[in-house]
Design a binder for this molecule. Structure first.
Ligand code: 26A
Length: 347
């Protein structure tokens, strides 16, 4: 048997997705904007039961970085990826554990028995998905869990790359920072996703604190634009936004910074900046999938990051890592929710 080697650690919010078909009336009823992602407010709490009782909703493992972790593990040898976050002690946590186990993702959840596991209501309308998240236990993640001897020993001993979901900046920025500092001190790889427009918009300060530790920053066109706006640059192009982001100060100057902006079927924009050199912008076309093959778009960006991270952990070139990201996103788009096909396909 191969020696376990948990090279990639992902941190964020373990959520169960409650995903069903909705319509405009449902979005309006709960005060949701098409394609938005937000944290649920009290008047939106009925959404989950409504989805289950009236919309034939499916329960699917979610949580953006957990999707990325499952995706990276999908492409890597057994025992390559592990994941941390906080869950409750309930049926939803059991479903998450079971599904992650089936897919070979090792989880080390902090358990808060007083609070239910977090959930994300996903309303599908055509090829759009609108998400309303009740973080619940996921909001209780603590730095002390990351720094507990068993967890930190594994961080130090086996992990060579970290992927933090930007959504975690609403929960426990000190944990994201602790991993960033460790990565910079030991010249390990640190990756961050911007996750959603509301992260740069409303969590600007924790984001600004963690960006200097990032070797790779992922986002989509909307997140890149929102980030640029928060930096005082309105109406700039995606390559310009990527360039601005890649030029932010960086702690570990031994590794270049790479900013990767996906834009659905439009080319992926990549900005690269090595210490002492000018930023470089590259474009990578996407082999667009036929619309009729798309099941739903929930998790496509997470899948891209998973494929990309798998490539980076294996030491692939940027070009190959991006191809792996596009490949995995393509597979994910054909599944229900943020899922990958079984039996496994090989890259
Ligand atoms: C803090 N918030 C809002 C969230 C999320 C989230 N994952 C972590 N934190 N809101 C939605 N998601 C997840 O995003 C995936 C699609 O990219 C959903 O669970 C869904 O699986």
């Amino acid at each position: 048997m191969a020696t376990p080697s948990f090279k990639l650690l992902c941190l964020e919010n373990p959520l169960l997705d409650i995903q069903g078909q909705g319509d405009q009336a449902m979005l309006e009823q709960y005060g949701l904007k098409l394609n938005d992602t937000l944290l649920a407010e009290p008047h939106q709490m009925g959404l989950y039961e409504d989805l289950i009782n009236n919309r034939n909703a499916k329960l699917i493992p979610g949580g953006a970085a957990q999707n990325t972790a499952r995706g990276a593990q999908y492409m890597l040898p057994p025992d390559s990826v592990w994941y941390i976050g906080c869950v409750g002690d309930d049926e939803y946590a059991s479903i998450l554990r079971q599904k992650c186990k089936e897919q070979g993702l090792h989880v080390e959840y902090l358990v808060d028995p007083k609070i239910p596991t977090g959930k994300c209501g996903v309303i599908i309308t055509d090829h759009h998905r609108t998400m309303c998240t009740h973080l619940a236990a996921a909001n209780e993640y603590k730095l002390s869990h990351l720094q507990s001897p068993e967890i930190w020993a594994k961080v130090e001993a086996t992990t060579t790359a970290f992927y933090v979901g930007g959504y975690h900046l609403t929960v426990c920025p000190p944990a994201a920072l602790a991993l960033g500092k460790h990565a910079a001190e030991t010249n390990k790889i640190y990756m961050l996703s911007l996750s959603a427009g509301f992260i740069p918009q409303f969590f600007k300060d924790p984001l600004a604190e963690v960006v200097p530790y990032c070797d790779y920053i992922f986002g989509n066109e909307n997140e890149a634009k929102t980030w640029a706006e928060t930096a005082g640059h309105k109406d700039i192009s995606i390559p310009e936004a990527a360039k601005l982001m890649v030029e932010q100060p960086k702690v570990n100057t031994k590794r270049p910074r790479v900013v990767i902006i996906t834009q659905g079927t439009e080319p992926t924009i990549v900005a690269i900046k090595e210490e002492g050199k000018d930023a470089e912008i590259k474009e990578f076309p996407v082999a667009a999938i036929e619309a009729s093959l798309i099941n739903d778009t929930n998790g496509a960006g997470d899948a891209f990051a998973g494929g990309f991270a798998a490539g980076i952990v294996e030491g692939d070139s940027l070009e190959v890592a991006i191809k792996k990201g596009h490949w995995l996103a393509r597979l994910g788009l054909q599944e229900l929710g943020p899922s990958y096909p079984y039996p496994k396909q090989t890259y």
